[in-house]
Structure formats: structure tokens, C-alpha cells
Design a protein around this ligand. Structure first.
Ligand SMILES: [Cu+2]
Length: 172
């Protein structure tokens, strides 16, 4: 009987510890680099690009996208780096800033530039990519170590409790 009681107590002690350790696996760093497209649309109420100023990194794409506008618009870079073409009511034009294109790019909507329909894109140098695979492996290894370290004393304690209970049962 005492062995069973000791076992139950040991399991009760063990259960919350396991509960605390499990969430460690859920704290992996999120690496969401799938969405690197910045959309610039048109504020048709006051003839503005929205947003009129964006900051992106090299390798990222700016997409000029609007549809069903009352007036036709376009987006033309001051030095012709990009040009969405003739002013249109429906525009879906994307431009990707390649490596080495960091800088500041001013653009206008040609029909409405005088009305202040202008914008600016700031392109930052590409961030140096981290060695993704290596850091993942290191993270996993350290997590395994973290989980092994507290588990061993728990097993030792459980064995000690069971041993003591067995000894007492024999004495009785
Ligand atoms: Cu316009």
C-alpha cells in the first residue's frame, strides 16, 4: 500500500514539472520572411499616395496597386528607375529593389504631381542574413539540454522515494 501511495505522490510531483518544461518547444523564434512586399495605394479623396513614404530593404518589392479610381494615376520615379506606365484607373505594378539599389527614390503621379500627389521610397541596404540552419540546430540542442538537465534529478528522486517505500513495506 505505501508503495502505491508513494508512487502516486511521486507522479503528482512529476506532473507539474513536465507541464512547465513542455512549452519551451513552443518558443521557437518566428522567421516570417514570406511577406516582403509593400503596397502603395491611392487615397482617392485627396489625390495622395497612401502611404506616401515607405521604407524597404534591398531585395524587397514595392507594389503600386489600385482599382476603380475615379481618376487615372500612375507612379513614375524621378530618374525613370521605375514607371507604372500611362495613368490608369486600375494599376497593379510591382518593382523590386535589387541588391545595391539602396537609396532614396522620389516618384510622382504625373497628372497630379502639381497637386502634391508625390511619394518617396527609402531603400535600406539588405540586412546581413543570419546563418539560419546553424542557429536552428544550436537552438534545438540547447533546448534538449535544458529538458534533460531537470529531468535527471526528478528520476533520481522518484527512485529514492520508491526505494524508501519498498524498504518500509518490508520492515512492516
Ligand atoms: Cu494621380
Amino acid at each position: 500500500m505505501r508503495t502505491a501511495v508513494a508512487l502516486c505522490l511521486a507522479l503528482l510531483l512529476l506532473a507539474p514539472l513536465q507541464g512547465d518544461l513542455t512549452p519551451v518547444e513552443d518558443t521557437l523564434p518566428l522567421q516570417d520572411q514570406s511577406s516582403n512586399e509593400t503596397i502603395i495605394t491611392v487615397d482617392s479623396t485627396n489625390l495622395r499616395f497612401s502611404p506616401s513614404s515607405v521604407t524597404v530593404s534591398e531585395g524587397e518589392t514595392v507594389r503600386f496597386f489600385w482599382s476603380g479610381q475615379a481618376l487615372p494615376h500612375n507612379a513614375v520615379e524621378a530618374n525613370g528607375v521605375f514607371n507604372s506606365g500611362d495613368p490608369e484607373r486600375n494599376v497593379d505594378y510591382a518593382f523590386t529593389f535589387e541588391l545595391g539599389m539602396n537609396g532614396t527614390y522620389d516618384f510622382v503621379c504625373e497628372p497630379h504631381a502639381a497637386l502634391g500627389m508625390v511619394g518617396q521610397i527609402i531603400v535600406d541596404p539588405a540586412p546581413t542574413p543570419p546563418p539560419a540552419n546553424q542557429s536552428d540546430n544550436q537552438t534545438n540542442v540547447s533546448q534538449d539540454e535544458d529538458m534533460d538537465t531537470p529531468a535527471l534529478p526528478v528520476v533520481m528522486a522518484l527512485a529514492t522515494v520508491l526505494l524508501a517505500a519498498a524498504v518500509r513495506t518490508r520492515r512492516d
